[in-house]
Design a protein around this ligand. Structure first.
Ligand SMILES: Nc1nc2c(c(=O)[nH]1)N[C@H]1C(S)=C(S)[C@@H](COP(=O)(O)O)O[C@H]1N2
Ligand SMILES: [Mo]
Length: 361
């Protein structure tokens, strides 16, 4: 167990950042549409708890439900199930690029672009469980808490990882998931049950859920007050609203500083995604942004997942080069050249300059 993560973290698949592990994009080059469970990134505030499903119960309580009740693992498995293909992406994905690309480094897990993955999740719609607890029309917020240890940082104990979810989102497309890509949730990804909040920042998708409070008034936790909001000179004094939907991003399925042969016809592959809807167009530039050409989109394009693409490149003479990819989604969302700074380095959505070294073949 490295840094509190149960699964193996082979160097070819992951870059380990303390208690979290980032998927290497080149590890997706031979993967299918979904990120296999053993290659999926892990973001832990503390450490993966090992939970016995037989003794686990999910408690649902608060002024927004009729009764304080609880459900066992078997009861959850017997409820009507649905399947959702969705990305989970850390709000800090791309954080290191605030420093590397824009010259304004920020503290926090130094993700490049591998703090994201798409899986096929299966479970019960959260609304189904809330209804069984007697959901009231007065309900305002839903607060799921994780069973991992309280999060302590710089001497401050923030308590268990928990983040209020507005009732409208909770009743829309949120899943209480117990399966990931056809297998029971692996321990690192929330066994026995986690939330999957499609299209929203990853922190909304609370793992190892043990308790859900449904309130009749707005709820607060450090994860919607102190963290996961935008602070800084380009944002409102006192911070922006709690982060919800993710932006648009693109990545090449290549190592950072990939070594590629000169004067060859190469097929560059990548993936693009957006929290606002389907990606409809991806363009690639191999001349530093002077000209752009369409990449060919292929395969499935679920609203909350990503799309895979390819682009044929006649590689140039040996030397250092930069590859750029930018996507547009169905709502008109795109990737800018520059991302305004925020103190925590969230939501780096600018076009990424991916360095490659072209060498004599
Ligand atoms: N209980 C709990 N839930 C959690 C976290 C955590 O540390 N504890 N991390 C959150 C964050 S910040 C992210 S990005 C996602 C990551 O999900 P994954 O580790 O399955 O990739 O889980 C979220 N849910
Ligand atoms: Mo995250």
């Amino acid at each position: 167990m490295v840094g509190g993560i149960v699964k193996a973290l082979p160097d070819g698949w992951f870059v380990v950042h303390g208690a979290s592990a980032e998927t290497r994009w080149e590890a997706l080059a031979d993967a299918g549409y979904f990120v296999p469970n053993d290659r999926f990134f892990v973001r832990n505030h503390t450490a993966t708890p090992v939970i016995d499903a037989a003794g686990w119960r999910l408690r649902v309580h608060g002024a927004g439900v009729r009764e304080d009740c609880s459900f066992g693992y078997g009861e959850i498995l017997e409820m009507p199930a649905v399947t959702v293909d969705a990305a989970i992406e850390c709000a800090g994905n791309g954080r290191v690029l605030f420093g590397e690309q824009q010259g304004t480094p920020v503290p926090g897990v130094p993700w490049r672009l591998g703090g994201v993955g798409v899986a096929r999740w299966r479970g019960v719609p959260l609304v189904e469980v809330l209804r069984r607890a007697g959901l009231s029309p007065e309900a305002v917020d839903v607060l799921p808490s994780g069973l991992d240890a309280p999060y302590v940082c710089e001497g401050i104990d923030y308590g268990r990882v928990r983040r209020p979810l507005p009732i409208a989102k909770a009743c829309d497309d949120v899943l209480l998931a117990y399966e990931m890509n056809g297998e029971p949730l692996p321990p690192d990804h929330g066994f026995p049950v986690r939330l999957v909040v499609p299209s929203w920042v990853g922190v909304a998708s609370i793992k190892w859920v043990g308790d859900i409070e449904v309130s009749a008034e707005p709820l607060f936790s450090p994860w919607n007050t102190r963290f996961y909001r935008m602070f800084g000179p380009d944002h409102p004094p006192g911070g922006g609203p709690p982060l919800t939907a993710q932006g648009v991003k693109s990545a090449f399925e290549l190592p950072w500083d990939a070594v590629l042969p000169a004067h060859r016809t190469l097929v560059l592959r990548g993936r693009s995604w957006s929290g606002a809807g389907r990606v409809v167009r991806v363009e690639v530039s191999t001349d530093g942004g002077a000209s752009w050409e369409r990449a060919r989109l292929r395969g499935p394009r679920p609203a909350a997942g990503w799309v895979r693409w390819r682009y044929t490149w006649r590689s140039p003479r040996p030397g250092a080069h930069t590859l750029l990819a930018r996507a547009a989604d169905e709502t008109g969302g795109t990737q800018p050249g520059y991302m305004p700074f925020n103190v925590h380095g969230y939501m780096f959505g600018a076009v990424v300059s991916h360095p490659v070294r072209v060498v004599r073949a």
